[in-house]
Design a protein around this ligand. Structure first.
Ligand code: SF4
Length: 94
């Protein structure tokens, strides 16, 4: 691994912080969570941005901006379905 490579641990750090700040929680299922974090790290290393691992990167910067995690869709998805499309962020259970 080169020094500049992002790892899934890096992704875990910022997604945890974001979840705390936004009042969400991360997927409680470790295996699913790690798959998404790995996908984010892969996109970060390949494309230079945290593109959503479960959406298509088109190559059009304007379009792809919408799917930089946390994407423009996640708030609606979480409020409607309880989690975002990738099952990364979840509505907190009280
Ligand atoms: S669906 Fe979830 S993981 Fe994918 S970009 Fe949106 S917030 Fe991030």
């Amino acid at each position: 691994m080169t020094n500049n490579e992002s790892t899934k641990e890096d992704m875990h750090v910022w997604t945890s912080k974001y979840a705390d700040k936004a009042g969400y929680m991360l997927n409680p299922d470790d295996e699913s969570l790690h798959l998404v974090l790995e996908g984010l790290a892969r996109n970060r290393n390949k494309h230079g941005k945290n593109y959503c691992p479960c959406r298509i990167v088109t190559g059009d910067d304007q379009e792809d901006k919408k799917i930089i995690c946390p994407c423009i869709y996640h708030k609606d998805e979480i409020s409607n379905d309880g989690s975002c499309h990738c099952d990364l962020f979840f509505k907190k259970k009280d």
